[in-house]
Design a protein around this ligand. Structure first.
Ligand code: TXA
Ligand code: MG
Length: 336
């Protein structure tokens, strides 16, 4: 029934919608392992999934959503054990996970040594957001892919979150390799996000599990969420976390050439020639913005690791993912 209505509302071939049976889920898992995008149902809303361990794959999420900035994304895992490989979960977090997973609860905690979620999915943070969705299709897809799946809601940036496959098609047709139709996502409200990064647990985003339920499970009141845009959690709670979000090096944007002593963050080989002895990392020698997005956070870390104090940044085009890349670099360049 539902499947037919999707087919009628758009061209089935270009939409690539499939009823989420075992064969389609296996196909979806293969697409994810190959670095593609698969939209899938969860109990809250439809997610736009990519292999969370691949920055190239995650860059495609931002591109498909036409997001003007890089938000950290939720990594979906199949069970608590998988979550514990990704994050250092304190006992209070494990208490919540045991009570609410699978379910609409997301835990933010410091990344573990063994964390596989890439820098881009974490927007360069030292923490990671994890949840185990309560949906048969989502769990089967994560298990079959054999890795965490990064997935924001499967809508265009600024549009409402989709609760049917048809909504996903309406927003993202042609930008997603497969939409798994698993019927309606019945909650329609995103997961509640609880952070264990600061001194006390805090709710970063109110959602499908009420604050009172979380507080009761923890036996304590929780910090109030700071002022925020609807549906968007603040990136960090209270600045308590040590973070690689901002590099130590100072950045000089739109540089035409390197000055003495500067390292270079290049794009399309614009800076490379000016000083052959300098450290120059090229976001994308071929000028590909998806590749550049995939590299930006790890390169900023790399400059810190190499002890570079000043970095000249080549001009980066402002269209497509260039908008989010420029936004990120502007923040990194702002005086602190
Ligand atoms: O219900 C949901 O949670 C849906 C379905 C698809 O699972 N997913 C979803 O994902 O809403 P997403 O990626 O749009 O939510 C990301 C939110 C952002 O508001 C982000 O700020 C916050 O989670 N977040 C992610 N990682 C974080 C981190 N390390 N620290 C603080 N906040 C983080
Ligand atoms: Mg969303």
């Amino acid at each position: 029934m539902r499947r037919e209505s999707v087919m009628r509302s758009s061209d089935a071939a270009s939409a690539r919608v499939a009823f989420a049976d075992d064969a389609a889920i296996d196909r979806g898992a293969q697409i994810l392992r190959d670095g593609g995008l698969v939209a899938f149902p969860t109990e809250t809303v439809y997610g736009l999934g990519a292999d969370a361990s691949s920055s190239q794959a995650v860059a495609k999420i931002y591109q498909a959503k036409r997001r003007p900035s890089f938000n950290p994304l939720i990594a979906h895992v199949a069970c608590l054990e998988a979550a514990r490989r990704e994050a250092r979960l304190p006992s209070a977090a494990i208490k919540l996970a045991t009570k609410f997973w699978p379910g609409p609860l997301t835990l933010v905690a410091p990344a573990a040594e063994t964390c596989s979620v890439c820098d881009l999915a974490r927007a360069g943070l030292d923490s990671v957001a994890l949840r185990v969705p309560a949906n048969r299709v989502a769990l089967a897809l994560i298990r079959a892919a054999g890795r965490p799946i990064a997935a924001p809601s499967a809508n265009r940036s600024g549009h409402v979150s989709p609760v049917t496959a048809a909504h996903v098609v309406a927003d993202l047709d042609g930008r997603v390799d497969l939409v798994l139709d698993g019927g309606r996502a019945n909650m329609g409200l995103e997961s509640t996000i609880v952070s264990f990064v600061g001194e006390k647990p805090a709710i970063l985003r109110p959602g499908a599990i009420a604050r009172a339920e979380i507080a009761a499970a923890l036996g304590m009141e929780l910090g109030a969420a700071p002022e925020q845009e609807a549906g968007e959690a603040p990136i960090l709670a209270g600045g308590t976390a040590k973070s690689h979000d901002a590099p130590r090096a100072s950045l000089r944007l739109d540089a035409a050439e390197l000055r003495p002593g500067e390292a270079g963050l290049d794009f399309g080989g614009a800076l490379a020639a000016s000083d052959p002895s300098a450290v120059v990392l090229d976001l994308s020698p071929g000028g590909d913005l998806v590749e550049a997005a995939a590299n930006v956070f790890s390169f900023l870390r790399e400059f810190d690791a190499r002890g570079c104090a000043a970095v000249a940044v080549a001009p980066i085009p402002r269209h497509g993912l260039g908008e989010a890349i420029n936004d990120r670099l502007r923040r990194a360049a702002a005086p602190r």
